[in-house]
Design a protein around this ligand. Structure first.
Ligand code: AKG
Ligand code: FE2
Length: 311
């Protein structure tokens, strides 16, 4: 009996020794791990501070990346007072909120490719000396050299645009009109296509005339008086078909960029709340189409059609 007690005591003792050993081992490992953990945390914190420092210094945020397929991304912003004053006159056409909205799900790749073919077919006959050319299917204006020619009056361009070309323009325009109505909370029958509506082709060539200087910050409502809603449909991919050429909203705290993507539709209210510019294209060719809407019936234009050839 006495023996068993002794043995138990010894066992208990050795248990205690084991526990003390484990504790001190744990302490050692804590002491060893602490600097490592502190070090790794410090590295993370310092890296975060560097990222925050540089992004606040550059003041740029990417609103829409080329690589992502956006079902829809919007940002509500405060309307400029001039925009509200003007648009409040048009019942059913004033937006619930001023905003920007980007979606890659409204216009299909097929529709985009057809529009790109149409644009290239026309622009082949023109081309500005500088980096920016336009083709306006409504007025017929096509950049050529340092001027514009009328595609509907040039013999060599007679009937190059087919009924199918005009149809695809109309299909896309109508889709965009209903998308604006839906996202801005307005009546589609109160939105009218307005002038100018044009394809743009931008290269890295040095500007020759003021028409080539597409990169200046501006408010669309000031540049194009009749605009209430601006939409841009991109026909090519940023960093694939061209470099540079991101669309930039200039805001108080930071700027937001939209990276063009084939079939990407960007829509925004055309007032001072959406001050913006396009970065210079540094290589490749950037294609887009501007399709804009007014609430003012007197600035409404008809859909482009083959009748243009006979007027
Ligand atoms: O092509 C773009 O992304 C925008 C062009 C633009 O700002 C304009 O035509 O007013
Ligand atoms: Fe603009």
């Amino acid at each position: 009996m006495g023996d068993i007690k002794k043995r138990n005591k010894i066992n208990i003792k050795s248990e205690n020794v084991k526990k003390v050993d484990e504790k001190s081992a744990a302490k050692v490992s804590v002491n060893k791990g602490l600097p490592l953990r502190v070090l790794s945390r410090s590295v993370v914190i310092v890296s975060l501070l560097i990222v925050v420092y540089y992004s606040s210094k550059n003041n740029v945020q990417t609103f829409a990346k080329q690589a992502e397929l956006l079902p829809g991304k919007g940002q509500i912003i405060e309307c400029s007072s001039e925009y509200i004053k003007d648009i409040d006159k048009y019942e059913g056409c004033a937006p619930k909120y001023c905003k920007r909205f980007v979606t890659d799900k409204v216009i299909s790749v097929r529709e985009t490719e057809e529009l790109l073919k149409l644009a290239q077919k026309g622009l082949k006959y023109g081309g500005s000396f500088g980096g920016a050319s336009i083709l306006d299917l409504h007025s017929g204006a096509l950049s050529k050299g340092q001027h514009f020619v009328n595609v509907y009056k040039m013999d060599e361009m007679k009937n190059i645009f087919t009924q199918d070309d005009f149809n695809i323009f109309k299909v896309v325009k109508d889709k965009i009109k209903y998308t604006i109505a839906h996202h801005f909370g307005v009546q589609p029958d109160k939105l009218y296509l307005t002038h100018p509506t044009f394809f743009s082709e931008i290269t890295s060539k040095t500007a020759f005339t003021v028409h080539d200087e597409y990169w200046h910050p501006h408010v669309d409502k000031e540049t194009y008086k009749s605009f209430h809603y601006t939409t841009l449909l991109y026909l090519g991919d940023y960093n694939i078909d061209f470099r540079g050429g991101r669309f930039v909203f200039i805001d108080e705290k930071f700027n937001s960029t939209i990276e063009p993507r084939k079939g990407r539709l960007s829509m925004f209210t055309s007032g001072g709340e959406n001050f913006h510019y396009v970065e210079k294209v540094t290589s490749g060719v950037r294609y887009a189409i501007t399709i804009s809407f007014t609430c003012d019936k007197k600035f409404a234009i008809n859909d482009p059609s083959p009748d243009n050839y006979y007027n």
